[in-house]
Design a protein around this ligand. Structure first.
Ligand code: UD1
Ligand code: MG
Length: 491
């Protein structure tokens, strides 16, 4: 089956510099949602991949496709057709004609209708199949909507047979009252489609070549028109404005929340979670309100995520507690660890089991072995930290000399006193203790106390006194003067 995705429109109603199909839903461009479904429908054996009709912001859309082809499987099979001027959906499809295999039917998808399921599209394709001895039909995905405004309406005759689609802007008041709308998604016999598209006219209220006009042409040509509807209304919702995008985002997020709960995850409030990617959870995971998950995130069984955490591309072990306002990216967290509140784990943070990372502690590109703790206000970067290490409050690994990054190695059972700076490259030997306030510039030997500190001295001292009274009098005088002046002004 040929698949064409129309994505050349500007999306005027979005009022954005970004082409509409690159606006994001759940962190991914609308077009990416459509392409992912199209690719899974076609399967790997398809001769040609989906054809995306690009036009407005073509360079941006092509750049997205080039980027996606590096990441997503199958995306490299996607090709494009250019619609240099946007003259309507029919004109857009015309640009893809030379690429279509006339022996195969053509499925038309819209880059701004992101959530149609593979199941619905497969059902539609089956409907278009020619029954033995019959020509293939035109299959149209329609939807009954309580509020059909903005969509093309399906016009049926007295026998219920589809006759035409009328766009909202061209519809009479009676036609506007029709609740059955055109989702835009259809499967057409390709050789007939070629003739129909060339015969389209732009004599309508928008002066565009409407793809929807091929329906009346098919009726005239005696091609049977069959319709079906999706199981869920959200599958057919098109995004034309920012409020439609926001409302579809909430619907989509609620669906994801329901899937998580079905899989055994507890959510404090299913309306207050955002998953922008994939979130895999073990049993009895609890997620509090306001959390955002991006990319691929795994939370193993029994893990609890406190309110307002952001977790991106990370693997979190079993029974972990991530407390409020923690920010975790590209990290691995071992079982039963305690993170936050207000912790920041950056890419390459690799924590073993039972590690504690407390408030205002940042860990980057560092391995921390089991049972080690950094509970308050610390920076651990480019480090290897052994087991049972205690990193005191205010400890900083000074990893950067302005040009290069250097490594800090802290061996097992080390105790680091508060406010210590470890000037990398440096090594702290097993069992060593660093005295509070130490600036460590040379390796610390194992099992000894190393301390670098200015000698403490005490001197007689008279603190200077503030002369507060004079200032106070001056202020009163100015205030009175201001009051007098304003009263005078009123007279
Ligand atoms: C279209 C349908 C309408 C249907 C609705 C469903 C037509 C004439 N109308 O209206 O019946 O109810 O979708 O969502 O088909 N595009 C191009 N080139 C163009 C114009 C549009 O590639 O010249 C692309 C857009 O990028 C978009 C899609 O086609 O992805 C639909 O265009 P849009 O302007 O959103 O059409 P609607 O007004 O929503
Ligand atoms: Mg639209």
């Amino acid at each position: 089956m040929n698949i064409v995705i129309l994505a050349a429109g500007q999306g005027k109603r979005m009022k954005s510099a970004l082409p509409k199909v690159l606006q994001t839903l759940a962190g991914k461009p609308l077009l990416q949602h459509v392409l992912t479904t199209a690719l899974s429908l076609q399967g790997k054996q398809a001769k040609t991949g989906p054809i995306v009709v690009v036009g407005h912001g073509a360079a941006d859309v092509k750049e997205f496709l080039a980027h996606a082809s590096k990441e997503g499987p199958g995306f490299s099979r996607v090709t494009t057709a250019l619609q240099a001027e946007q003259k309507g959906t029919g004109h857009a499809l015309l640009q893809a004609l030379p690429k279509l295999d006339a022996q195969e039917p053509t499925l038309v998808l819209y880059g701004d209708v992101p959530l149609t399921s593979k199941k619905t599209l497969a059902k539609l394709a089956k409907l278009a199949d020619g029954v033995r001895g019959q020509d293939s039909a035109l299959a149209l995905l329609t939807q009954d909507l309580a509020n059909p405004s903005g969509y093309g309406r399906i016009i049926r005759d007295a026998d219920g047979l589809v006759q035409a689609i009328v766009e909202e802007k061209d519809a009479s008041p009676i036609q506007k009252a029709i609740k059955e709308i055109n989702t835009g998604i259809m499967v057409l016999p390709t050789s007939a489609l070629k003739k129909w598209l060339k015969a389209l006219s732009s004599s309508n209220s928008q002066g565009e070549y409407y793809l929807t006009d091929v329906i009346a042409m098919a009726v005239k040509a005696g091609v049977p028109i069959r319709t079906t509807q999706a199981d869920n209304e959200f599958e057919t919702i098109g995004v034309n404005s920012r409020d439609q995008l926001a409302s579809l985002e909430r619907t989509h997020q609620l669906n994801i929340a329901n899937q998580l709960m079905d899989a055994g995850v507890s959510l404090a409030d299913p309306a207050r979670i955002d998953v922008r990617g994939t979130l895999e959870c073990g049993t009895d995971v609890f997620i509090d309100v306001g959390c955002v998950f991006e990319g691929c995130v795994t939370l193993a069984a029994g893990t609890k995520v406190g309110p307002y955490c952001v977790i991106r591309n990370s693997v979190i072990g079993k029974g972990v507690s991530i407390n409020a306002f923690s920010h975790i990216e590209g990290a691995k967290v071992g079982n039963n660890s305690l993170i936050g509140p207000y912790a920041r784990l950056r890419p390459g943070a690799d924590l073993a089991n039972d590690v504690h990372i407390g408030n205002f502690v940042e860990v980057k590109n560092s391995k921390i072995a089991a049972n080690s703790k950094a509970n308050h206000l610390a920076y651990v970067g480019d480090s290897i930290v052994g087991a049972r290490v205690n990193i005191g409050a205010g400890t900083i690994t000074c990893n950067y000399d302005g040009v290069n990054k250097h490594q800090t190695i802290i061996e097992d059972d080390v105790f680091i006193g508060s406010d210590t700076q470890l000037v990398a490259p440096v090594r702290v030997g097993r069992g060593a203790t660093l005295g509070a306030g130490t600036t460590l510039t040379k390796d610390a030997p194992p099992n000894q106390l190393t301390v670098s500190r200015a000698k403490q001295i005490s001197l007689p001292w008279q603190r200077p006194e503030k002369q507060e009274k004079k200032v106070a009098v001056k202020n009163t005088v100015t205030k009175k003067a201001v009051v007098k002046k304003s009263v005078k002004g009123k007279k």
